[in-house]
Design a protein around this ligand. Structure first.
Ligand code: TPP
Ligand code: MG
Length: 348
């Protein structure tokens, strides 16, 4: 076993999931449920609006992967940073960006979180330390390293903070075959940066099956070459992801360096809303849909008597109201003014 792995106290698998006996605060579990449901409902509404012609360009939905966003981001604090991909709406919602501002951005409206200039792949919010939204795969990883470096510098050189803010960077299985991933693992370990690399291994990169594209399909094992802990976690189990995240965050915050978390997950829809999704087999899709992370958490909540069905129904109603409000806000918001075409290109 690698040294960093030993220090982290983890082998291949993580404990603390839906099957574990350890008890979490009931309110906390319901908050995780609410966040996942918000993500799912938001994305379903996006699909409707896209096909009604309200959104333009490519739109990549996150259905099926909610346990990863919720499990990781809800373990972070407000001042921590998140770096996303083009599949970014739900990461932004988990980080606290209002559904109104994300929906308005998708509609290209002036009130959107990127002033309508970014669209689906460029969700950004400085007040939430949400650093994007990147159309190029792997592009967020070096940006995350920069964010982590400034946290380290603030604490260790400027002496401004007692502990460090942590940066979580999300990316897909396909992206881990890019050079930036390896370069950044190396530098993050070398400088002991407070960063968490979160691989959302949804088994596919557009139409390329992961096992056909990677020399070692178990991505978490690649961490050993660089000397950081690599952890594999069930990405359809929000409690397991949350447990892995808490350990990694604690490690990063206290100056012990980065962690790589590989969450095994699946996207329930095509690569983007323009993808006919003809390459993945029906059996494969069904097997993963049976492990729907929201349904699994719902059963866990009911079976362990955390809450009754009516409480979950109320959460569902609350979210529907929130989504309707976001749609109304986006529909009634103004388009950017043509006069402002060159605004926001450079920082003031
Ligand atoms: C640098 C770069 N090369 C190629 C592409 C085209 N491209 C868009 S998505 C994608 C696959 C990414 O798959 P993965 O990292 O597994 O993420 P997922 O879509 O599954 O979330 C590729 C190759 C791109 N966006 N950027
Ligand atoms: Mg993928």
């Amino acid at each position: 076993m690698h040294n960093a792995q030993k220090e982290y106290g983890l082998t291949d698998q993580i404990d603390g999931g839906l099957e574990s006996k350890s008890k979490l605060d009931n309110r906390y579990v319901l908050d995780l449920y609410e966040d996942m449901l918000l993500g799912r409902n938001f994305e379903d509404m996006c699909a409707q609006m896209y096909y009604r012609g309200k959104m333009f360009g490519f739109v990549h939905l996150y259905n099926g992967q909610e346990a990863v966003s919720t499990g990781i981001i809800k373990a972070m604090r407000e001042s921590d940073y998140v770096c996303s991909t083009y599949r970014d709406h739900v990461h932004a919602l988990s980080k606290g960006v209002s559904p109104r501002l994300v929906m308005a951005e998708l509609f290209g409206k002036e009130t959107g979180c990127s002033r309508g200039r970014g669209g689906s792949m460029h969700i950004f919010s400085a007040p939430h330390n949400f650093l994007g939204g990147f159309a190029f795969i792997g592009e967020g990883i070096p940006v995350a390293l920069g964010a982590a470096f400034q946290s380290l510098y603030k604490q260790q050189v400027l002496g401004k903070q007692q502990d460090m803010d942590v940066t979580a960077v999300f990316f897909g299985d396909g992206t881990t075959n890019n050079g930036q991933f390896f370069e950044c693992l190396n530098m993050a370990v070398l400088w002991k940066l407070p960063v968490i690399f979160v691989v959302e291994n949804n088994q596919w990169a557009i139409g390329m099956a992961h096992h056909r594209a990677s020399s070692t399909p178990e991505i978490y094992k690649k961490a050993a070459a660089f000397g950081l802990p690599g952890v594999e976690v069930d990405g359809m189990d929000v409690l397991a992801v949350n447990s892995a995240a808490q350990k990694a965050i604690e490690r990063a915050r206290t100056g012990r360096g980065p962690t790589l978390i590989e969450a095994l997950t699946y996207r329930f829809r095509g690569h983007s809303l323009a993808d006919p999704d003809e390459l993945r087999s029906k059996q494969e899709k069904e097997a993963w849909i049976n492990r729907d992370p929201i349904k699994r958490l719902k059963s866990y909540i009911i079976n362990s008597e955390i809450a009754e069905e009516s409480v979950l129904d109320d959460i569902s109603k609350k979210i529907k109201i929130q989504i309707d409000d976001a749609i109304n806000f986006a529909l009634t918001s103004p388009d950017p003014d043509v006069e402002d075409l060159y605004k926001y290109i450079f920082a003031d």
